[in-house]
Design a protein around this ligand. Structure first.
Ligand code: MN
Ligand code: MN
Length: 300
């Protein structure tokens, strides 16, 4: 809950401005042959330069991968002509978060799939005001995407934001659901429709590259203890990339430690999410503050 006179409000606005600026600069760099790792380092560097901090590792998810891919420290992958890239950037200023995502086809024009996700986001934002229910937004998102002949991804949602927290409890579905929560003035939400030509569901891959500190646990490996202490101190409850702790251990020990940490429940592992039928997925996302008259889009 935030009101316009608050310092918190100003920080949400600043985070949004940084996020939108970094997004613009990043999109210009998405070209065939460019390394995903170089783009990730660029994005996170620009966030810091502009006075913010990454609220989560930049997600650079390609084609059928919907979310949770962030380059590893040893990533050699490059963008190829025709790749459908989802760039998802999170910025925080003193814990106040902006969450923005755009989709782009490498070396190509905007596709219908991207247009469907963008249009769904625009219509969702247009209807936001106090009292509107999250399931009403989901219905409009679903209807818009289906109008293009695609499906929304039913098991990915938008979410409330609060200080140092990416998931403030309430979610915003991308499909029509039976129950919903009414939006209240001062609430902050990330709205993020995903559109696909596939089944409309994502499934977990086995691999995780993004993690989040959960709790202190007894650990066998000294590298596990080191990584956990470092993550707790530097990232708190916000997600971190394997890349961000890669300096703490050699590659093989790092992977062993992250496995032990996830297995023991010390950290949460965000599995890479891909579309069930391996169909391409487009995503569009903005962060909004619900106001008396409607909403303020911090990332627009
Ligand atoms: Mn996002
Ligand atoms: Mn989000």
């Amino acid at each position: 809950m935030v009101s316009m006179e608050d310092e918190a409000y100003q920080k949400y606005i600043k985070a949004g401005e940084i996020a939108k600026e970094v997004m613009q600069r990043a999109l210009e760099k998405v070209k065939p042959g460019v390394k995903l790792l170089d783009l990730a380092n660029f994005v996170e560097g620009e966030i810091e330069k502009l006075g913010g901090k990454p609220a989560f590792p930049v997600n650079i998810s390609l084609n059928e991968v919907a979310a949770h891919y962030s380059p590893t420290a040893w990533d050699t992958r490059t963008f190829a002509e025709g790749d459908l890239v989802k760039l998802d950037i999170g910025v925080h200023v003193d814990g106040y978060i902006a969450d923005i995502a755009k989709s782009i086809v490498v070396g190509g024009e905007e596709s219908e799939l991207i247009r469907a996700s963008e249009d769904a986001l625009r219509r969702a934002i247009e209807m936001i005001e106090p009292g509107v229910k999250t399931n009403e937004i989901g219905a409009v998102v679903e209807e818009t995407i289906r109008g293009y002949g695609f499906k929304p991804v039913e098991n990915l949602t938008g979410h409330m934001l609060s200080r140092y927290s990416l998931h403030g409890g309430v979610t915003v579905p991308n499909v029509k659901t039976r129950h919903g929560d009414a939006l209240r003035e001062g609430d902050v939400f990330a709205i993020e429709p995903f559109a696909t030509s596939g089944a409309g569901r994502v499934v977990d891959e086995n691999e995780a590259i993004i993690f989040r500190y959960l709790k202190d646990r007894p650990l066998r490996l000294k590298e596990s203890r080191l990584i956990l202490a470092y993550a707790k101190e530097h990232f708190g409850a916000l997600p971190f990339a394997e890349r961000w702790v890669a300096h703490l251990a050699p590659k093989h020990r790092l992977h062993m430690a992250l496995r032990e940490l996830a297995y023991s429940g010390a950290i949460y592992a965000y599995k890479i999410l891909r579309e069930k039928q391996r169909a391409p997925v487009a995503q569009a996302e903005h962060t909004v503050i619900v106001t008396a008259e409607g909403c303020e889009v911090t990332t627009l």
